[in-house]
Ligand binder design. Structure first.
Ligand code: NAD
Ligand code: WQD
Length: 353
């Protein structure tokens, strides 16, 4: 592509205006990389996602190179590969609502698989061989053994199209790495990301009623929602409610820059858990947010949510050994930072400045 060779390490960040992507863009900048964000801003009211990029400038002092493109538009995607000689790609872009995927499976298969196939074809054409993919603990299905480690079987007992897209994309990357030499592919399996940058300037801004626990609890605490429905208190856990491996989104973001430093040591494809190794129950998480906010969070016990599991938490040792990375922030840190975001942005990213 006749690119100027330079020592600038451009990193393509697909979906980089989103929750985890924006936190990772901050860490990339602070580690000296130059992120190039491609995001169609579909998961927010038009233009709101650019707010996250403007906030990144407030945090880092740097403008973020941004293209509001849909990765399903291969021509647009290719035009960016023509422009930059990418050191690597971090691939966040995709649809991620479990409940929505059950209602609209074809949209999830078209988008999540479609954007990935376009991306891989462009990477092949422009000889970009390093990619970090946003996978999810959901690929494990109901764990047979706890804590879950990376050689646990995947793809069995998946209860929703969203989770299946994660598994199918992992399979695409595994088959690609089997068929062709020279690929360096990290499949980072996130457990339950929570919280916000310590500044409170960027955070999770779910559209409509949050599906995930902690944004929901935070909106109850600030008075946007009346009470929390606890989905089941008859699980085989210490207090009967679900147990999850909550991980601070900034620890998660740092796991990505740690992975970038190790890509040459990945010959082919490697799955790595990004979790803390500690599980907390729904009720423990509620108490932690009440402590951080000083607010009461009323809740009611209701029936289990279909497809939910009892206890899921990671064995994080491979990340510790291979990435030389560990989560260091506590549940209290997650709740303190989440609450700061929520109080500074009671309605999320406002469209008006
Ligand atoms: P998010 O919705 O905030 O970020 C995804 C971004 O991708 C959004 O900004 C959206 O606009 C963009 N996008 C979607 N379709 C696109 C397309 N066709 N072209 C360009 N951009 C597109 O979600 P998130 O929580 O930041 O998750 C990021 C990734 O991590 C997703 O792949 C998600 O499945 C995965 N993940 C998230 C969690 C979690 O609990 N948040 C857990 C495991 C895995
Ligand atoms: C956590 C716990 C619920 C909401 C999902 C996806 C996973 C990833 C993270 C995308 C469970 C309970 C929740 C509520 C509740 N997303 N809960 N009341 O289900 O572990 O994982 O989100 O990649 O792929 O599967 O996260 O936050 O939805 O639920 O009681 O209003 O909180 O039953 O025990 P989950 P969650």
């Amino acid at each position: 592509s006749g690119q100027m060779t330079s020592d600038v390490k451009y990193v393509l960040v697909t979906g980089g205006a989103g929750y985890i992507g924006s936190h990772t863009v901050v860490e990339l900048i602070q580690e000296g990389y130059v992120p190039v964000v491609l995001d169609n801003c579909c998961n927010s009211t038009k233009g709101k996602d650019q707010r996250s990029l403007k906030r990144i400038k407030l945090i880092t002092g740097k403008n973020v190179i941004f293209y509001e493109y849909d990765l399903l538009d291969k021509e647009k995607l290719e035009s960016v590969f023509q422009k930059y000689n990418f050191f690597a790609v971090i691939h966040f872009a995709g649809l991620k609502s479990v409940t929505e995927s059950i209602e609209k499976p074809m949209e999830y298969y078209e988008v999540n698989l479609g954007v990935t196939i376009n991306l891989i074809e462009c990477m092949k054409e422009y000889n970009v061989t390093k990619v970090v993919f946003s996978s999810s603990a959901t690929v494990y299905g109901p764990p047979q053994k706890l804590p879950v480690d990376e050689d646990h079987r995947v793809g069995k007992g998946l209860t929703n199209p969203y989770g299946k897209t994660k598994f199918f994309i992992e399979e695409i990357f595994r088959d690609l790495a089997k068929a062709e030499d020279g690929w360096h592919i990290a499949l980072l399996r996130y457990f339950n990301p929570v919280g916000s940058h310590v500044s409170g300037l960027i955070g999770e801004d779910p559209q409509g009623i949050p599906n995930n626990l902690m944004p929901y609890v935070s909106q109850v605490a600030i008075g946007r929602l009346p009470f929390l429905n606890v989905f089941g208190n008859d699980y085989d856990t210490h207090d009967g409610t679900g147990v999850r491996d909550f991980i601070h989104v900034v620890d998660l973001a740092k796991g990505h820059t740690a992975a970038l430093k190790k890509m040459d040591s990945i010959d082919g494809c490697k799955a790595i858990n990004l979790g803390t190794g500690t599980g907390y129950s729904v009720l423990e998480a509620v108490v932690a947010l009440e402590k951080a906010s000083g607010k009461k969070v009323p809740y009611k016990f209701g029936p289990r949510r279909p497809g939910d599991l009892g206890d899921v938490h990671a064995n994080p040792n491979l990340a510790g050994k291979f990435l030389e990375w560990r989560a260091v922030k506590s549940l209290d840190d997650m709740c303190t930072d989440l609450w700061k975001w929520q109080t500074m942005n009671p309605q999320g990213y406002e469209i008006t400045p």
